[in-house]
Design a protein around this ligand. Structure first.
Ligand code: IDC
Length: 539
């Protein structure tokens, strides 16, 4: 039997579990003990269908038989009970797995949740997929991919080889931000996956993606697996002092895995990103940028959200970008023009208007030595091949007018630099192109840092065009320890970084205190703790 067919057969044990959960801590009819003091309805049948007789000599093959039914079904139209405002966690103990929904953070208009799927059974669960009901939008999702939505909720599944198998006794986790006030734990879940004998041979993609290790579901890409070295003695640092940066350092270029100045020395871009320029245009001004230059920034990023729902309005935003480029230029700073896709998760959804946008700005600023083009902020819920397809449409438009650096986003909100490293743009599309990593330090830790280590060893040129030290919602508590580890890594690898965001919005990623009404001429005392921490890293 050929490998493909054999492996397809290996996936033939199917586990489907539907369960109902009501609001945590609440009592209701059809109670079953053991649900964290809460209650749930009896689960839907678990159907285990077994494989073909023909396959009986495969490692974990079981003989085909009628499907078994475990548990009994119940209605799935149950609504979640309202949240009690206190409970942070709700675990459902299923047959062979636990599903824990952890509420990590809440704020007016949103929340961050983490979901842990633990394998408590005797077989490995492979290619898991969770359907869960949620009456609101999802803004971010990490360590999983969105594979479907309908009016009642979402389908989320493993997004990498390293998290698609859940070994016996182990867990995988994914997280997301909800876009409205938290209103109760999901009322319904459905966990699907394949049951595989624990000692079965590894999954096929193990050999196709060297960045991952399917044997250990909790592993992230193992940087050791990228054979190349991460010693940075192959390049000298540019001496960066004050004054006009692009007069001194000229047009920046991508050279191997580094961004270099006109003398071929590694140049670290360091700057602030604006918030959405449609929402906070008042901070796009020379005096605001000057404050950060004084503290050591050499660049700014102008973030232009792209959908109407996100207030994109070319007739206003384009003028704000002009104002921003002019201010940065007068201050001798580099400026990134950022096509800030977010709600429009797949960049190909924006190709038409992105072409217009980049034609306009490349024509206008492409010959200026200080302008950089970022073509898609954060692709999410789409494949790397979509991003590449889009990049191949946009890059030639910019190249018609400009040789300047182009920054390309990566999948999963610009976290998957490992994927980009394994299959980067080539030929004319690759010239002077680097790839972006984004992180929010309280959410993204070693698992994402390992992607950077792996990609760096694979010689991928990386620029961090956005990060903050709070969680991925742009809010929540600050994790300076994780943030310091990130910056240390960037300094070691000579990777530039831009922090989110230059505004006084009442959220912890904002750099300016919400009580401060100034739009420029900032003093240190006008900065939030994220702002103060950031300027301390500019030295
Ligand atoms: C957030 C802003 C928030 C705004 C929201 C709109 O901080 O004020 O309401 O966008 O969608 C990103 C995005 C960035 C997000 C940020 C925090 O690039 O636009 O800004 N974030 O969620 N990626 C990861 C985090």
């Amino acid at each position: 039997m050929n490998n493909g067919r054999r492996l397809t057969k290996q996936l033939s044990l199917l586990l489907i579990v539907t369960m109902l959960m009501t609001g945590c801590g609440q009592q209701s009819e059809a109670m079953i003990d053991g649900n964290n003091g809460g209650s749930y309805k009896l689960p839907e049948p678990i159907t285990v269908s077994k494989v073909d007789e023909a396959d009986k000599n495969e490692t974990f093959v079981e003989k085909k038989s009628e499907s078994e039914t475990i548990g009994s079904s119940s209605a799935s139209s149950e609504k979640a009970e309202a949240w009690d405002g206190k409970t942070k966690e709700n675990t459902f103990k299923g047959d062979g797995y636990d599903l824990t929904f952890q509420l990590q953070n809440t704020w007016e208009g949103g929340f961050t949740a983490n979901v842990v799927i633990k394998n408590t059974g005797a077989k490995k669960i492979r290619n898991w997929e969770v359907d869960f009901s949620l009456p609101c939008g999802i803004q971010q999702l990490w360590n999983a991919k969105l594979t479907g939505t309908d009016k009642s909720g979402y389908t989320v599944s493993a997004n990498e080889d390293w998290n698609r198998d859940i070994e016996v006794g182990k867990s995988v986790e994914f997280g997301f931000n909800g876009q409205s006030n938290f209103d109760g734990f999901p009322a319904t879940y459905k966990l699907s996956g394949e049951l595989v004998e624990a000692d079965a041979t590894p999954a096929p993609a193990a050999t196709t993606d060297p960045g991952t290790n399917p044997q250990d579901p909790n592993a992230t890409p193992d940087p050791q697996e990228a054979e190349e070295s991460d010693a940075t003695d192959d390049i000298e640092d540019a001496k960066v002092t004050g004054g006009n940066q692009f007069k001194k350092h000229g047009r920046l270029k991508v050279k191997g895995r580094y961004i270099v100045d006109k003398n071929g020395k590694a140049f670290k871009l360091k700057g602030v990103s604006t918030h959405g320029i449609a929402w906070f245009p008042q901070y796009v001004n020379k005096s605001a940028f000057k404050s950060f230059k004084k503290w050591g920034a050499n660049a700014v990023r102008l973030a232009c959200y792209t959908s109407q729902g996100e207030q994109y309005n070319p007739s206003k935003d384009w003028k704000t970008i002009d104002k921003g480029v002019k201010a940065a230029t007068e201050l001798g700073m580099y400026a990134i023009i950022d096509w800030h896709i977010l709600q429009e998760n797949n960049p190909t959804m924006t190709t038409k208007k992105a072409k217009k946008f980049f034609k306009h700005f490349a024509k206008k600023y492409g010959k200026k030595t200080n302008v950089i083009f970022e073509i898609c902020n954060e692709p999410n819920g789409c494949d790397w091949k979509d991003v590449k397809k889009y990049a191949k449409k946009i890059i030639p438009i910019i190249r018609k007018y400009s040789k300047n650096i182009i920054v390309c986003g990566t999948p999963t909100w610009s976290q998957d630099v490992d994927t980009a490293a394994n299959s980067r743009l080539t030929g004319k599309y690759a010239k002077n192109v680097c790839y972006t990593i984004h992180f929010y330090a309280a959410t993204h830790k070693d698992n994402i840092r390992n992607k950077v280590k792996y990609a760096f060893k694979k010689k991928l040129p990386i620029l961090c065009t956005e990060f903050s030290i709070c969680d991925a919602s742009g809010n929540g508590s600050l994790d300076k320890k994780s943030a310091n580890t990130w910056i240390k890594l960037f300094k070691k690898y000579k990777i530039g970084f831009f922090t989110w965001s230059l505004c006084n919005k009442a959220e912890s990623s904002a750099l300016i205190k919400s009580s401060c009404n100034k739009t420029g001429g900032f003093k240190k005392s006008d900065l939030t703790s994220a702002g103060k921490w950031f300027i301390s890293k500019l030295k």
